[in-house]
Design a protein around this ligand. Structure first.
Ligand code: ZN
Length: 469
């Protein structure tokens, strides 16, 4: 089990939050712990403007991640992505965030190693855009593994946040509450590959309320001259908070079975790299698993997203179409999900191989790494969804392998709208719900288009495997 300490460093309005940040950095250093400070770009710019070189220097002993350009200032990710499709959404995130990433890298002296969504503000386009801009990890993400193991979604690594120190501090006996919560979290975490990420908002060590709720709650968006600093905690409370985390860190360091690590190190151990090709044997195993059940596939040494499985099956037919023999190697690609819902179809029937193969050749041209896959395929007037295609092609490949020749007719199988894993993902961190999930959103904000896009992108989900050492 791994452990990473993460800090959402965001209050750019309350100057006293800078001191809390310094205190956290020093406390970690005293415990010989490396923390990751996830910087809002405006916070980094304010540190520079307020001449807080002491804070920036103290953070040099730690790691730097990214926490958006402006955090809660409207429009936030989900708000503008709700009006976007895929490519324009990715482009919009790049346009709005590239300056922020540049500023954080320049001011903090390092390129951010991960990105953290502000509150519930996220969209699948953010993960894709961050990857294009060089940030491949989304920590505190919403589409995550139930057992907190590293997973991949939209081509990036996703990790789940654990326990918030400031929430625990509000309880009667914070140290005991923290120990109990940690023990409970560890029980729910995969003992080998799980990652527990305790976190804190450094500002909340000195402020009584969140800085952003005060200024940007319920969709309000005042101009900078009207921004109000957060009220401060009562005298002595901040000292009590740091005494509590000091004790908790000491206790945590005495616990066995934990590998204290960093985001970058985790990415080395659980690489996102993908094979150039897979063997026929692997494709046959995929076909066996997917003939009745559409999902990502775990073949022990590696995992394949449902979109990659679809690609491998399509390419088996494309590779074998000339001589009717199963190809020995199949070129790999891991596309994203479709950007629209496939049309609902229920009728069965059969596909003629002479009509299917040319349609697969055209379909295959659109299957590429990190690009959306087509929402449907049309074979001589019959429409198949990606799930229909997976199950139909899988059944055909199994019969092909048994009989030694390409089947002339394929019975159509009808599959579900999404890979099965969606049922686990939707309950783990409610990634497809936005309404009233974050006080910064307007009360009536639904984010329905982002939710729909996020569901379709489940085609790009898979758990990550640890690289052999
Ligand atoms: Zn935040």
């Amino acid at each position: 089990m791994y452990l990473i300490w993460s800090f959402d460093t965001e209050d750019y309005i309350t100057p006293q939050a800078d001191d809390a940040l310094l205190e956290w950095a020093k406390l970690l250093t005293r415990h010989d712990v490396i923390g990751t400070f996830c910087m809002v770009a405006e916070k980094a710019r304010q540190l520079r403007a307020r001449n807080r070189d002491d804070v920036i220097d103290a953070l040099r002993l730690h790691r730097i991640a990214y926490h958006s350009n402006w955090h809660s200032r409207h429009p936030v990710y989900t708000e503008y992505l709700n009006e976007c499709g895929w490519d324009d959404g990715v482009a919009e995130v790049e346009k709005r965030e590239s300056d922020g990433i540049r500023d954080v890298a320049e001011i903090m002296g390092r390129f951010p190693c991960a990105d953290v969504p502000p509150g519930k503000s996220w969209g699948p386009q953010v993960i894709a855009a961050m990857k294009k801009m060089g940030i491949r990890i989304s920590a505190g993400a919403y589409v995550v593994d139930k057992g907190r193991a590293p997973a991949s979604y939209c081509g990036g690594m996703t990790l789940r946040y654990g326990m918030a120190m400031e929430d625990i501090f509000n309880q009667d006996d914070p140290l005991r509450a923290a120990q109990e919560l940690f023990t409970k979290t560890a029980e729910e975490t995969d003992s080998k590959h799980g990652v527990i990420i305790p976190f804190s908002h450094p500002c909340m060590a000195v402020t009584d309320r969140f800085w952003d709720g005060l200024n940007f709650a319920n969709g309000q968006n005042p101009p900078p001259e009207e921004w109000k600093p957060a009220p401060l905690r009562k005298a002595g409370e901040s000292e009590r908070f740091f005494a509590f985390v000091d004790e908790f860190l000491g206790w945590l360091k005495s616990q066995g079975g934990l590998e204290w690590t960093t985001y970058s190190r985790l990415l080395e151990k659980y690489p996102l790299g993908r094979p150039v090709a897979v063997t026929l044997d692997a494709v046959l195993k995929m076909a066996e698993q997917c003939r009745e059940r559409v999902d990502y596939v775990d073949l022990g040494v590696d995992t394949y997203t449902a979109a990659a499985v679809l690609t491998m099956l399509v390419r088996t037919y494309v590779g074998g179409r000339k001589d009717g023999k199963l190809p020995v190697q199949i070129p790999h690609a891991s596309p994203l999900g479709p950007i629209e819902d496939p049309p609902l179809q229920s009728e069965g029937g059969e596909l003629d191989i002479g009509e299917l193969l040319p349609a697969l050749v055209i379909y295959n041209e659109e299957l590429a790494n990190d690009r959306p896959m087509p929402a449907s395929i049309n074979v001589n007037g019959i429409t198949l969804s990606p799930s229909d295609l997976i199950m139909t092609l899988a059944e055909g490949i199994i019969s092909w392998a048994v009989r030694g020749r390409i089947p002339e007719r394929l019975p159509i199988k009808r599959g579900p709208m999404f890979p099965e894993i969606i049922n686990t993902l939707k309950d783990t961190r409610k990634p497809f719900v936005f309404n009233k999930e974050w006080p910064i959103f307007a009360d009536d904000f639904q984010g329905e288009n982002v939710a729909a896009m996020a569901r379709r992108m489940v085609w790009s989900y898979r758990p990550l495997k640890r690289a052999r050492e």
